[in-house]
Each structure stands twice: as C-alpha cells, then as structure tokens.
Write a new protein. Structure first.
Length: 145
C-alpha cells in the first residue's frame, strides 16, 4: 500500500512538471509569434509613414478625394511612425506595446471610416490590412504579457 501511494505521488509530480514544461514552451512559441507580428506591423507602418513623408502624387490625390488636407500628411505619417516605434519598444516594455497597438487600432478604424465616408470602397483593403496587423499585435501582446 505504501509503495502504491509513493508511485502515485511520483506520477503526480512528473505530470505536474510535464504540464509546466509544456506551458512554458507554449508561452515561448506565442512570444515568438508576437515578435514576428509586431515587427511585421512596425515595418508596414514605417513604410506607410515614409510614403506619407515623401508625399507622392497618388497620396496627394487620395487625401484630396477623401476630403483631407495635404498638410495632414506629416501628422498622419508621424502617428504611424510613432505607433511603429512603440510596437518595437513594446517587445521589451509591454505597456508601451499595448498603448502603441491600441493607438494603431484606433488610427486605422478612423482611416476605414474616412474611406467609407468618401464611398471609395475599392480602397478599403489597405486600411483593413493595417488594422488586422494592429489587432493581431494587440491581441498577441496581451496574450503573452
């Protein structure tokens, strides 16, 4: 009887250790996915900010058609760049990452609203893609915090 109890306790300890190890490995894999998505989101937003800063003619035409002012481009680019930098800093400082991701989510929800208001539905794919990246970054940051 004593031996059966001892074996049962040993099995329980092994099971607990195994479950703990599996959980740690899942967290490590999830954090790796978060880093990849955060870097991808940051890169996309840095690209978008650079386009805003360069002010090519097609961007000027788009902002005019959407009812915006050309003078807004620097501010819009700066917000995208700040969100991108925040995501990268957020890899090491979780609160900054959450704040940056929330900011980008709100930014691109607003961008989608502007495109819908302008009734230019063919352009919904761009802000929607950026929104999905920002939502993914936010969800993963919260999951691994």
């Amino acid at each position: 009887m004593l031996m059966a109890t001892s074996v049962a306790k040993s099995i329980a300890k092994c099971r607990t250790a195994l479950l703990r190890r599996v959980f740690i490995m899942e967290v490590i894999h999830m954090f790796t996915v978060y880093i990849i998505v955060a870097i991808l989101t940051a890169a996309a937003n840095i690209y978008a900010a650079a386009v805003d800063f360069r002010r090519p003619q097609w961007v000027l035409d788009n902002i005019t058609k959407w009812g915006g002012r050309r003078s807004w481009l620097f501010t819009l680019g700066a917000l995208k760049a700040a969100g991108a930098v925040g995501l990268l800093v957020g890899i090491g400082v979780p609160l900054v990452g959450v704040a940056a991701a929330i900011g980008l989510v709100l930014f691109f929800v607003g961008a989608i609203a502007v495109v819908i208001r302008a009734q230019w539905y063919a352009h919904l794919a761009w802000p929607s893609t950026y929104l999905l990246l920002a939502v993914g970054s936010l969800a993963l940051r919260l999951a691994v915090w």
